[in-house]
Design a protein around this ligand. Structure first.
Ligand SMILES: NC(=O)c1ccc[n+]([C@@H]2O[C@H](COP(=O)([O-])OP(=O)(O)OC[C@H]3O[C@@H](n4cnc5c(N)ncnc54)[C@H](O)[C@@H]3O)[C@@H](O)[C@H]2O)c1
Length: 352
């Protein structure tokens, strides 16, 4: 058997796939041997761009390849659970883009598929690989701000050029199975806050409206209040209709009994300056630790995530975001959507 880990990419013509393909081709432990996408023209272009021979002609042919060790799922959100389950049941390790499913029922069957297959599964929460967020998490776990009492996270983006039939990613606003911004965007801050705090959200209350994005056939703005198991209160905002070219929100703020972690900076009362002045600035400290791959349509720490996935496949690490972690993110976010629809608080079922 080859010692090189042979990777296939599903949704290979897409924007996220552009980063994943380069990441696994760049790592000396892996290579990309197969691609599949229903957009055949885009698929062939992508294969040509990276010199990959293994263009499949169906999902079945792609998954049946005996030379495939692992599969990256980079298809639209609502297809992740089906595609990841099919790959696991074909005996492949899986790196699945966020959100790993769009319903709690799909999360349940994905957890079962991982357990039954015994394969490695990494939820593709790529923001966890940002070094400033990793340092924020370490600072909280070290006790630098004491015990958190408030956590705030935003995903407020301008997705206008993604939406519509001529948009960059038309599935996001398609009449059938559009991306729900609370799930597809909210998973970033929700996942980061859960990971930093090390706490589960047990109850949510959310409100939403639909005033900024007429092309999205769903509400485009949500605000949710979260109650964590340890009593911390959370506030989560997810919106797709940001306008005015303001910087996109993608922020996490934790307020604690001894200080605050605010946009990758640490604040405490014992700073020697006039307030406010950060004691540590993790964004500045990590300013030279940029993503190793930069020529991608979307800039993320794709290579660093791929490296971790390969460590997991080689048995050198445990997934930073397991299938259960990803499922609990979905449980919380779908509870937020339910609450916004019904106008009622919703308890989160975190049992998987
Ligand atoms: N981690 C991040 O920050 C990040 C960034 C971008 C996208 N994403 C996620 O990655 C996924 C893809 O998003 P994108 O922006 O690359 O979208 P995209 O539209 O650019 O790519 C999706 C690809 O999937 C293909 N596809 C659709 N249905 C298919 C099917 N049944 N079988 C095979 N291929 C199919 C499409 O033709 C397209 O090429 C989404 O789930 C998105 O939420 C994550």
């Amino acid at each position: 058997m080859s010692s090189t880990i042979r990777v296939g990419v599903l949704g290979a013509a897409g924007e996220a796939a552009h980063g994943h393909i380069q990441a696994f081709m760049k790592d000396p432990r892996s290579t990309v041997v197969a691609l599949w996408d229903t957009n055949v023209e885009g698929l062939e272009q992508r294969a040509k761009e990276f010199g990959i021979d293994g263009v499949a002609h169906s999902l079945e042919a792609f998954l049946a390849r005996p030379d495939l060790d692992a599969v990256v799922i980079a298809t639209p959100d609502h297809l992740h659970a089906d595609h990841a389950e099919a790959a696991l049941r074909a005996g492949k390790h899986v790196l699945c883009e966020k959100p790993t499913s769009t319903s709690r029922a799909d999360a349940v069957r994905l957890v079962a598929a991982v357990r039954e297959s015994g394969r490695v599964f990494l939820g593709g929460h790529v923001y966890h690989f940002r070094p400033d967020y990793q340092r924020m998490r370490d600072a909280y776990r070290r006790g630098d701000i004491g015990k958190a009492w408030l956590a705030e996270g935003d995903y407020v983006a301008n997705l206008a050029d993604m939406y519509g039939a001529d948009g960059r990613t038309p599935w996001r606003s398609a009449a059938d199975k559009p991306q729900d911004i609370m799930i597809g965007g909210g998973c970033h801050p929700f996942g980061l806050m859960r990971w930093m705090l090390g706490q589960e959200v047990v109850e949510v209350t959310a409100f939403s409206n639909h005033q900024a994005e007429p092309r999205l056939p769903l509400d485009d703005c949500y605000v949710a209040v979260l109650r964590y198991a340890d009593g911390t209160i959370g506030r989560l905002t997810a919106a797709a209709g940001s306008r005015g070219k303001v910087p996109d929100g993608g922020y996490v703020k934790l307020r604690g009994t001894e200080g605050s972690l605010w946009n990758s900076q640490l604040f405490r009362d014992d700073n020697p300056y006039h307030s406010p002045h950060p004691i540590r600035d993790f964004g500045y400290e990590t300013r030279f630790i940029g993503p190793r791959i930069t020529k991608t349509i979307q800039m993320h720490y794709w290579a660093e995530q791929a490296e971790h996935f390969l460590d997991c496949v080689e048995g050198k690490a445990e997934p930073m975001t397991t299938v259960v972690d990803s499922a609990r993110v979905i449980a919380g976010l779908t509870a937020c959507v339910d609450s916004a629809r019904t106008g009622l608080p919703v308890r989160v079922d975190n049992e998987f």
